[in-house]
Design a protein around this ligand. Structure first.
Ligand code: GDP
Length: 477
C-alpha cells in the first residue's frame, strides 16, 4: 500500500523519508546523516501531514527560538510575573528529570504537545543533555539559554509547588474563567501527580493553559496515549499519525540523534561485533528486584528465547556441531547493569553446539552495576546501548523499562516482553510479543472529563489499550 516504502526509495534514504530537514552541518552531527548506513529503511512512512507539520515547526522555532526578539520579549513577561496580552510566541519548557530512557520518552511527549498547541519546545540541558544529543532543529538551538530567569527552580519544583497548575486550581488561584493569568505555570506530570494535576488531560483546562506564555513541565511518563483520548486533539492526531503505533517511531527518529561522542561508541561497537552477523538479536535485561543476577531470570530468558524460537537449542550431550548446509552466524547483543545473564548465555553457546549448526556469538557492551543518573559517560553508554538494541532484527525487552521502550520504538520493532516476576519465580509464560511498538504510559489518569467521574481509560477507544507489561498502563496500538 501507500504507507510502505518501496525498494526504489531505499537506495540512499539520508533524510529518513523526508523526516529530517536538509541543510545541517554534517560534521557537527554525524549520526543525523549516517544512521541510514546502520539502520534498515523503516517500513513505516511518515504521513505528508506530519512532514509539513515538522517543517512548520522548524520555521516557528527559527522565529521564536533562543535569543530571538520574540523570545526576549516573552522572557520579559516572565520576569514581570503577569501575562499582559497575547505574545506572538508561546513556549513549553521540558525540565531534565529521571533516567535517560524516561527522559527520551518525555521529551518526545512534550514535543508532540508543542506541535499540537503551537508552542516552542525548549530543553533544560540538565547535567548532560548537550553531551548526549545533537540539535534536532535547523539554525536555532533547542536548549533553554543558561540565563533563563527561573532555571534555579527546576531542581526543587514538584508536586507541592504552589505554582503548579494542580495547586493553583486546588487553592482557587485560577479557574477556567480567570482573566488575569500568571506568565508561567508549572505542569507536574510525574508519577506522583494528583487528581488536580491530572486535569491537564481535560479540554477545558487546555483552553485555559493555551493563554499562558510559559509552561514548565516535569514528567517521567510517556503521556501521549492520554492525548489520544482528548477530543480537542483527536482530529489532528489522526492526521499526523494515520498509522497510530508509529508515534514514537517517527518522533524519536526525528528528535534523537546521538552526539558525535556517542555515535563513536555506537558505530565502533556495531562494526566490531554486530555488522557481519546474518541476524542480530537484542536482549535487554532490566530487573527491578535488586542487584542480581538471579537464577529465575536466567531461566526466564532461556525459556523465552528457546520457547519462541528466537535462538536455537543446544545439544547438551553433543560436542561436535551438527553439520548444516547453510549455517548462520547470529550475534546476540545483551544489555544489562550486570554481567551474569550475558555470561550464562555465552557459556551455553560456547560449551555446547547448537542443534541447527548455527553459530551464536554473545556480546555485552558494559555492565555498570548501578544506575548513576549524573555521571556523563554512564549515560553515554546507556544511550549507545539503547541505540544498538534498536539496530537489531529481533528484540527481547524487560517489562516496565523505558530503556527497552526507546530501543523498540526507534527500531520499529515489536519486542518479546519478559514479564516482571512475582515472588522471585520465573513467570509462565516467560514472555509475550508486544501488541505494538509504542511505549507504555505507566501512570495514566482514569477520569472522564465530561462526566466528571472515574472511568477505565483503557476501554474508551480501540487504539488506546492497557499495556502488556503494566495492567493499569495505557499504550497506543
Ligand atoms: P528504566 O528505569 O529501565 O525505565 O530506564 P531509564 O533509562 O529511565 O533508567 C535506567 C538507567 O539505568 C539508565 O538511564 C542507565 O543509566 C542505567 N541502565 C539501566 N540498564 C542499563 C543497561 O543495560 N546498560 C547501561 N549502560 N545502563 C543501564
Amino acid at each position: 500500500g501507500d504507507d510502505v516504502a518501496k525498494p526504489t526509495d531505499m537506495a540512499k534514504d539520508k533524510l529518513l523519508g523526508g523526516l529530517l530537514a536538509a541543510g545541517f552541518d554534517e560534521h557537527s552531527c554525524l549520526s543525523q546523516y549516517e544512521s541510514n548506513l546502520y539502520r534498515k529503511t523503516s517500513p513505516y512512512k511518515p504521513s505528508p501531514y506530519l512532514l509539513s507539520k515538522l517543517r512548520n515547526y522548524e520555521d516557528l522555532h527559527k522565529r521564536c527560538g533562543p535569543n530571538t526578539q520574540s523570545y526576549n520579549k516573552t522572557v520579559e513577561q516572565l520576569k514581570s510575573g503577569r501575562s499582559v496580552g497575547s505574545t506572538d510566541c508561546k513556549y513549553v519548557v521540558w525540565v531534565c528529570y529521571s533516567g535517560l530512557g524516561n527522559r527520551i520518552l518525555t521529551l518526545a511527549s512534550v514535543f508532540l504537545y508543542a506541535l499540537l498547541t503551537e508552542r516552542v519546545l525548549l530543553v533544560d540541558r540538565g547535567k548532560d543533555m548537550a553531551d548526549l544529543f545533537c540539535e534536532p532543529f535547523p539554525e536555532k538551538s533547542w536548549f533553554l539559554p543558561l540565563n533563563f530567569p527561573i532555571t534555579d527552580k527546576f531542581k526543587s519544583i514538584g508536586q507541592k509547588s504552589p505554582e503548579s497548575y494542580g495547586n493553583m486550581l486546588k487553592n482557587n488561584i485560577i479557574k477556567p474563567s480567570t482573566e488575569s493569568l500568571p506568565s508561567y505555570i508549572y505542569l507536574h506530570l510525574a508519577h506522583d501527580y494528583d487528581d488536580y494535576d491530572k486535569l491537564f488531560f481535560c479540554d477545558d483546562d487546555q483552553a485555559l493553559l493555551k493563554k499562558v506564555p510559559w509552561l514548565i513541565v516535569k514528567t517521567d511518563n510517556y503521556f501521549i496515549p492520554s492525548l489520544f483520548l482528548m477530543p480537542s486533539f483527536e482530529h489532528e492526531l489522526s492526521m499526523l499519525f494515520p498509522q497510530k503505533e508509529t508515534i514514537f517511531h517517527h518522533l524519536g527518529r526525528y528528535l534523537f540523534h546521538p552526539s558525535n561522542h556517542v555515535w563513536g561508541l555506537i558505530t565502533r561497537y556495531y562494526n566490531a561485533y554486530l555488522a557481519k552477523a546474518d541476524e542480530r538479536i537484542g536482549i535487554q535485561v532490566r530487573i527491578f528486584d535488586g542487584p542480581g543476577p538471579y537464577q529465575y531470570v536466567k531461566n526466564q530468558i532461556s525459556a523465552c528465547i528457546l520457547g519462541e524460537k528466537l535462538l536455537p537449542e543446544v545439544d547438551i550431550r553433543g560436542s561436535i556441531a551438527t553439520p548444516s548446509e547453510n549455517p548462520k552466524v547470529k550475534a546476540v547483543l545483551v544489555t544489562s547493569l550486570v554481567a551474569g545473564y550475558f555470561e550464562n548465555l555465552r557459556n551455553m553457546y560456547w560449551e555446547h553446539p547448537t542443534v541447527t549448526g548455527d553459530i551464536i556469538g554473545v556480546h555485552q557492551p558494559s555492565h555498570e552495576e548501578q544506575q548513576q543518573t549524573e555521571n556523563p559517560l554512564h549515560n553515554m553508554k546507556a544511550w549507545a546501548e539503547m541505540y544498538l538494541l534498536s539496530l537489531t532484527d529481533v528484540l527481547v525487552t524487560s517489562a516496565w523499562s523505558t530503556f527497552g521502550y526507546v530501543a523498540q520504538g526507534l527500531g520499529g520493532l515489536k519486542p518479546w516482553i519478559l514479564y516482571k516476576s512475582e515472588n522471585q519465580t520465573t513467570p509462565n509464560p516467560p514472555c509475550q510479543r508486544a501488541m505494538s511498538m509504542e511505549p507504555c504510559f505507566h501512570a495514566p489518569p482514569f477520569y472522564d472529563c465530561k462526566a466528571k467521574k472515574g472511568i477505565d481509560t483503557g476501554r474508551v477507544v480501540p487504539h488506546v489499550r492497557h499495556c502488556e507489561d503494566i495492567s493499569w498502563g495505557l499504550k497506543v496500538v
